[in-house]
Ligand binder design. Structure first.
Ligand code: GDG
Length: 546
């Protein structure tokens, strides 16, 4: 379905993607004196990269590493063809002055905008908009302008019309700078991967700064959000805070600057086929084998960037509560935490990593019996190892305070081999789709989270499998191809002057135990076959004893 949709739409139109972080990172290897490339990290790259399985987009990104800058210097203002493992891109790097990039990335994007959109400010004390913030804001403007210039050049590179898809909070001012530069028609969409707070919280930014963000987004044809709540918040924000904007809540549109922008919902997802292929690789199998030795009779797993909004410390405290309330779990349950270092140049993040270590250290000292260490932390970037851990958990704890979507919840549901239970925060965008089959918790509620962990660990095998099956199917039905498909469908509608619908997930209800029992009976030969295939693919490991 997506193949034909992409083909139809892109037969006479070029796809240009722009994001701060590109799909690959280049590093200069001093020893071999060669450029090495690896997949960029983070949720945005994970999700958007999947697009290149269906199209060969031009991808405009900041040169973030020494290797990127070296490559960009060898190809000034040119696109670089890149292909690996079935992914193909035409890369175009934007090189900024180091001090300008530092302000744009390290002072405005993270922390100012990220903190704002994740409700991470401590209002009586922060943020403080100072002269330095104003100076950094000018850098944010100029990097966005440079992005817009590079995109405009790519739009003009040949005669075909272009579809420009912008991503995330680093590029809020790009569409506004791009529109007047376009010499030919182009549709512009901007997908916002993170939450969009209501007008009250945007009030922490001075009017001129926030208005320039809203105005620029209103230069797009479509502004895409992860959930209906965030899209509603955007409409509200424009109605309350963008002078002269006409908001139609029914139609989900904002009219500003002589243009209509459609606010639509496209819950992002994962590349299910790509992930399942990786999950069967030798590398993941080897990690799985090693990790099995770290598991307990019961294993709780979490996988996050080291990021305060992911709420890692409260997750440990909930686990501590579990060990306190139910001593029978001691020496039997292991908590494996896979943490990817992130933004360590920002003080808050450095401090947060320390807090995590102190908290885990305290719990380990309190409960460890010499043989058994309740929490084991794996710090580092190792995606295959993270995928192996997803296959093994009995319980996956995803408890962010607030999160645009959270791909780990979807990846876990897809790859897990033990019908593990998902404990999911209501603050994660993923809860809209997966909440029905997960144990949903309020992220600040340590007791509630501890009780959910207990319920998950005690759940009958039948109930576990009923829930796990629903989660697997739900993600498979709405995978990354559908995320793209819904957007392309809307663009087609716009091109013929019709109204774009957004993704209507038609969220299904989880079947009752009786319904799922008869469904299992009716489809058991198929199920047995797919289970056998999975076991065969899993190789010579012994099946879990639980
Ligand atoms: C933002 C929004 C939204 C895990 N370990 C490694 C690694 N991972 C992968 C995970 C997952 C991705 O990184 C993280 O994605 P999340 O969605 O969980 O979180 P953010 O990075 O905050 O992503 C989020 C997302 O954008 C997409 O729109 O869902 O709400 O905050 O795929 O499995 N990746 C690498 N090394 C690891 O060790 N490279």
């Amino acid at each position: 379905m997506l193949d034909s949709s992409v083909e139809e739409l892109l037969s006479d139109r070029r796809l240009i993607i722009a994001s701060n972080r590109g799909p690959v990172e280049h590093r200069w290897n001093e020893e071999t004196e060669t450029l090495e490339s690896k997949r960029g990290s983070g949720g945005v790259v994970t999700a958007v990269s999947a697009v290149s399985r269906f199209a060969s987009p031009t991808w405009v990104a900041s040169a973030m590493t020494d290797g990127d800058r070296r490559l960009a210097a060898e190809h000034p203002n040119e696109v670089i063809d890149w292909a690996q493992n079935g992914l193909r891109y035409r890369l175009r790097y934007v090189v900024s002055k180091p001090e300008e990039y530092k302000d744009y990335y390290g002072a405005i994007s993270n922390p100012l905008l990220w903190f704002l959109q994740h409700y991470m400010w401590d209002a009586p004390r922060t943020p403080n908009i100072t002269r330095e913030t104003r100076r950094a804001w000018r850098s944010y403007e100029s990097v966005n302008k440079a992005m817009a210039e590079a995109i405009a050049e790519e739009v003009d590179r040949d005669e075909q019309e272009a579809l420009v898809m912008l991503h995330d909070y680093h590029l809020y001012l790009t569409a506004g700078a791009l529109r007047p530069k376009l010499s030919r028609k182009a549709l512009i969409t901007h997908f916002i991967h993170i939450p969009w707070p209501g007008p009250g919280y945007w009030g922490l930014l001075p009017a001129d700064l926030r208005e320039s963000i809203f105005e620029s987004l209103c230069a797009c044809d479509v502004a895409g959000f992860q959930t209906a709540l965030y899209a509603r918040n955007f409409l509200n924000t424009c109605a309350e805070m963008l002078p002269g904007a006409e908001v139609d809540f029914q139609a989900g549109t904002v009219k500003a600057g002589g243009r209509t922008t459609h606010a639509r919902v496209y819950p992002i997802s994962i590349d299910v086929d790509g992930l399942l292929t990786l999950a069967e690789s030798v590398e993941v199998r080897e990690h799985r084998h090693r990790l099995r030795a770290r598991c307990g009779d019961y294993t709780i797993v979490r996988i996050d960037r080291v990021e305060p909004s992911k709420n890692i410390v409260r997750g440990f405290r909930a686990f501590e509560q579990l060990l306190e309330d139910f001593p029978e779990y001691r020496s039997r349950v292991k908590f494996l935490a896979f943490l990817v270092p992130s933004r360590l140049s920002v003080d808050e993040y450095k401090k947060y990593l320390e807090e995590i270590m102190v908290s885990a250290g305290w719990i380990n000292t309190r409960f460890s019996d010499g043989m058994w260490q309740p929490i084991e932390i794996f710090v580092g970037e190792n995606y295959p190892r993270a995928v192996a851990a997803m296959q093994l958990y009995d319980v996956l704890l995803v408890n962010p305070m607030i999160d645009g979507m959270n791909l780990v919840a979807k990846e876990g549901a897809t790859t897990n081999q033990t019908n593990g239970v998902l404990v999911l925060s209501e603050g994660a965008g993923a809860a809209e789709q997966l909440g029905e089959a997960a144990l949903v918790v309020s992220p600040a509620d340590i007791i509630g989270t501890s009780e959910a962990l207990h319920e998950a660990l005690e759940m009958s095998l039948e109930e576990r499998s009923r829930r796990a099956e629903f989660l697997r199917e739900s993600v498979a039905r709405e995978d990354i191809t559908m995320w793209l498909y819904h957007q392309l469908q809307d663009i087609k509608e716009l091109l013929i002057g019709a109204t774009p619908a957004g993704a209507d997930l038609k969220l299904r209800q989880m079947p009752t135990p009786a319904e799922s029992h008869s469904a299992v009976e009716a489809s058991s030969p198929m199920l047995a076959q797919s289970e056998a295939a999975k076991i065969a693919a899993a190789g010579p490991e012994t099946a879990s004893s639980k």
